[in-house]
Ligand binder design. Structure first.
Ligand code: SF4
Length: 296
């Protein structure tokens, strides 16, 4: 039995998916707020293809409808190898309906249109991308490795090949200093890229992440909960999606929202405004509840 290297990460929505650890660690591993893959055993590597096939063979079952090919940025792998993996997952799981993975912007832009078409044809349905912000200054500071324009281009490229996009946004990642720019530019980026899913999370500075030291030294100031709510309000108010899901139900957030834009937008914006006005905090998740989570 092939053993997974741990900790292994997957999006919350893939909790019941067949997990296939094709890569170990993250090929970028440079984002300043991220402590996910800092362990010695998590140095980035791609598993040999025969090991990946063995994992699929060992874990496949008719109970799975979804598969997630882990770990960080599995899209960095060769197109042909990924296609073979997707086909094998479909072959061995009779009820499989959807395959997804993490991809970063530079890996998406590096793939040719033909590569993305091949990945789609072989069964790739959805790519999770950590956008974090649409503010170029913030993106540079957090060493995300992509600009707002490149992020929009990556979304459009995937969509042209019929691959859906689920993007994560990190409230608070611009710090107090870039809070408003972060929110407005993020809304603009989302409107231009029009992803099918937007998941908003709130930054929690973790020991092990380079940003932690800046936070301890007072160089980076985390916005308070009302400023995070203000960011959420600005993003919700200024984001135009054509039927996309807009979710802030991740456990790290103070105000959980589940909406489809534009249908639920007015209602959601009113709900955020109301929570912002009510300084009692009764409408917000308590701090202890948020503390029990990891970032993703
Ligand atoms: S946030 Fe994502 S891309 Fe950045 S280092 Fe962490 S796992 Fe890698």
């Amino acid at each position: 039995m092939i053993k997974f290297e741990t900790p292994m990460f997957r999006p919350p929505s893939e909790a019941n998916s067949l997990l296939v650890q094709a890569t170990i660690g993250c090929s970028h591993n440079n984002c300043t707020y991220c402590a996910m893959y800092r362990g010695e055993n998590q140095r980035f590597r791609v598993r040999p293809q025969d090991e990946i096939f063995q994992i699929i063979d060992e874990l496949s079952s008719s109970k799975y409808k979804r598969a997630f090919v882990a770990d960080g940025n599995a899209l960095v792998m060769r197109t042909k190898n990924l296609c073979d993996i997707f086909k094998e997952i479909y072959k061995k799981n009779s009820n499989m309906q959807r395959i997804s993975l993490y991809g970063n912007v530079s890996d998406i832009l590096r793939k040719k249109k033909e590569d993305l078409d091949m990945l789609k044809e072989s069964g790739l349905d959805l790519v999770y991308i950590g956008f974090e912000s649409g503010d170029d200054k913030t993106l540079k500071r957090i060493k995300k490795g992509a600009t707002k324009e490149e992020t929009v281009e990556a979304m459009q490229k995937l969509k042209k090949s019929g691959i859906k996009v689920s993007g994560m946004v990190l409230l608070g990642v611009g710090g107090k200093e870039r809070s408003f720019e972060h929110a407005y530019q993020t809304a603009d980026m989302l409107s231009k890229g029009d992803p099918e899913y937007v998941g908003l999370l709130s930054l929690q500075v973790r020991p092990g992440a380079p940003l932690y030291k800046d936070w301890e030294d007072g160089i980076f100031e985390l916005p308070d909960k009302y400023q995070l709510l203000k960011e959420l309000e600005i993003i919700a108010e200024n984001t135009e999606l054509s039927g996309g899901y807009f979710y802030s139900n991740h456990i790290s957030n103070y105000l959980p929202i589940k909406a489809i834009f534009p249908k639920d937008k007015d209602e959601v914006v009113s709900k955020i405004k109301e929570a912002l006005k009510d300084k009692s905090g009764k409408q917000l998740r308590p701090e202890y509840y948020r503390d029990i989570v990891n970032q993703y």
